[in-house]
Write a protein of this length. Structure first.
Length: 282
């Protein structure tokens, strides 16, 4: 069985079909309205949520926010698809290339993406949500520490990212609204193979990215093991696992997001995010 935890109108809900069950009301207060409560008590929450058979309301997709609203840490992984390494003419890294996206960049699956310049790029990514914390987690045990996956976009302002002689990945990828995630945290039972999941990205009706996570250079278990060898992971921590080929900066000529563009990001077994872009003068 699989569980789908979302945040609708600021409240934790379990998605059931086309509807939603309010977690606090449905559980008679056993769990609070805060999605972080469910993630902190993930095993207990899954046992409860698997028994939720009927929604108590229809779901308004526009009400969905980030299903993990306040993660302690948000990691990003650079150059982690073989196809992306090829399109950028770079050698695959020997160890994961880790940066941070500041949590203030997170947004919901239908949020407007504010573009601060004409040099913003798309990057569809599978996002890992930690459910059980730990330090020095082994690869064999890594998926036991994962609550589930959600869809993500690692929007990137390329000039800020590559400014100077030392790239500023964390700043270039952390503008407000530069981290849409959702539509839900989906437990691993939804995937036939959690290490082989399809993902696509369309920009204003054009398919620009299409791949599978089997093309990852460093798999989800490898990433969890590597990061936890350095940082203690806690429930709700996020790992943006990298993007496949098809980013705008690698095109000739490059193509970037513009005012009115719509980014449609879809991951097999998880669902779709639709984010409209608006150019803001700053």
């Amino acid at each position: 069985m699989s569980v789908r935890l979302a945040c609708a109108a600021g409240r934790a809900v379990v998605l059931v079909g086309d509807g939603a069950a309010d977690v606090e009301r449905h559980s008679n207060g056993r769990f609070s309205s805060d999605p972080m409560d469910a993630l902190t008590r993930w095993d207990e929450f899954v046992a409860y949520a698997e028994g939720v058979a009927e929604p108590d309301s229809r779901l308004d997709p526009s009400s969905l926010g980030a299903p993990v609203p306040r993660p302690q840490k948000v990691f990003g992984i650079g150059l982690n698809y073989a196809s992306h390494a090829r399109e950028t003419n770079m050698e695959p890294p020997e160890q994961p290339q880790v940066f941070t996206k500041f949590p203030s960049c997170l947004a919901g699956p239908t949020a407007v993406v504010d573009l601060p310049s004409d040099f913003c790029d798309w990057e569809v990514e599978l996002v890992v949500v930690i459910g059980r914390g730990g330090r020095r987690i082994t690869e064999d045990a890594a998926l036991d520490h994962v609550a589930g996956y959600c869809c993500g976009q690692d929007i990137s302002e390329r000039r800020v990212q590559m400014a100077g002689d030392r790239p500023q990945f964390s700043l270039g990828k952390s503008f407000d609204t530069f981290g849409p995630i959702g539509p839900a945290v989906v437990s691993l039972g939804a995937f036939a193979d959690p290490n082989d999941v399809g993902l696509t990205c369309d920009v204003s009706g054009e398919r620009v990215q299409e791949s599978r996570t089997s093309d990852l250079i460093f798999s989800v278990p490898q990433l969890v093991a590597y990061i936890s060898s350095i940082c203690t992971l806690v429930p709700g921590d996020l790992i943006f696992t990298g993007t496949p080929s098809g980013v705008g900066v690698a095109r000739r000529p490059p193509r970037f997001l513009g005012d009115g563009d719509t980014i449609v990001s879809t991951i097999e077994g998880i669902g779709t995010m639709t984010n409209r872009c608006v150019r803001r003068d700053r």
